[in-house]
Design a protein around this ligand. Structure first.
Ligand code: SAM
Length: 283
């Protein structure tokens, strides 16, 4: 099968640069360039966008993003062994790919990009959720990025898009859906990766809303949701005891039964409660 860009097939790149996958770096590579181009397309039109990619590895998704017309890709890769392979891609797309050898948890590069900015990554499983939470909790909203297109373990993807009453509904669903529209756009079996992981994966696309779906103080909302889900089997009047001494009255004021459990409360109702708690604390 012809490559999408005239560069060597990824199997050859991996062989030539001796990129034996390291488990501790979450290295499960995508070698099918048609698949990586499809993931890149699920990020939407890239032609006028700067894209930030975490963990390019041998460059499968990077090549997809560039072939789909990204104006510029800035990628951060922890594994120094991948840098020469990525340099070959950069040479093929002059001025469009910059690679930093570093840890995405330590380097803050978003400020180096020109809007509109999209983030796309086949995330290392060990750091995926932490990066997502950081991107979803910037100091200011709207964030500098327009959308996130991210590969996760299927179970994490389900936690992001879960609805009240679903098994997976919790803090991550509320954090994500309060200020973005989040959907699963692709599901992938373990065999899509080399080496194959134990679990299925899914790509989630999150588009930033211009403002939160419902008004609420982010800190208080996060506090209320964390307290509610830390003891998810308990009734809210018990799990939220520490939030406010009159929590039972405040829950009723918010239209939430004090005997309800967090897993059945909508984001709208949690936001209403956060506003009522904030007002009550000011009195
Ligand atoms: N994007 C490639 C692909 O789709 O084939 C590789 C994906 S692999 C699941 C995850 C990549 O993230 C690996 O290349 C790994 O070395 C890199 N990585 C792991 N932890 C990282 C971190 N903290 N910062 C940057 N890159 C990291």
């Amino acid at each position: 099968m012809a490559a999408i860009d005239g560069l060597p097939p990824l199997r050859e790149v991996i062989r030539e640069h001796e990129l034996v996958a390291k488990k501790q770096l979450g290295q499960n590579f995508l070698l099918d360039l048609n698949l990586t181009a499809k993931i890149a397309r699920s990020a939407g039109d890239l032609t006028n966008c700067d894209v930030f990619e975490v963990g390019p590895g041998p460059g499968g998704l990077t090549r997809g993003l560039l072939a789909e017309g990204a104006r510029r890709v800035l990628a951060v890769e922890k594994d120094a062994r991948c840098i020469p392979a990525l340099a070959e891609i950069a040479a093929h797309y002059p001025g469009r790919l910059e690679v930093i050898n570093g840890d995405a948890l330590d380097v803050d590069v978003l400020s180096h990009l020109t809007p509109p900015i999209k983030i796309a990554a086949n995330l290392p499983y060990n750091v995926g959720t932490e990066l997502l939470v950081r991107w979803l909790t910037p100091a200011q909203w709207p964030p500098v990025w327009d959308s996130l297109t991210l590969m996760f373990q299927r179970e994490v993807a389900e936690r992001i898009v879960a609805q009240p009453g679903d098994n997976h509904y919790g803090r991550l669903a509320i954090l994500a859906q309060w200020r973005t529209t989040a959907r699963i756009v692709m599901s992938l079996p373990p065999e899509a990766f080399t080496p194959a992981p134990k679990v299925h994966s899914a790509v989630v696309h999150l588009k930033a809303l211009p403002e939160p779906r419902y008004p609420a103080n982010a800190k208080i909302l996060s506090e209320v949701v964390a307290a509610g889900f830390n003891q998810r089997r308990k009734m809210l009047r018990a799990s939220l005891k520490g939030v406010h001494p009159q929590i039972e009255t405040l829950l009723e004021e918010a239209g939430i039964k004090p005997t309800e459990r967090a897993e059945r409360v909508t984001i709208e109702a949690f936001c209403r409660l956060a506003r009522i708690v904030e007002a009550a604390r000011q009195n």
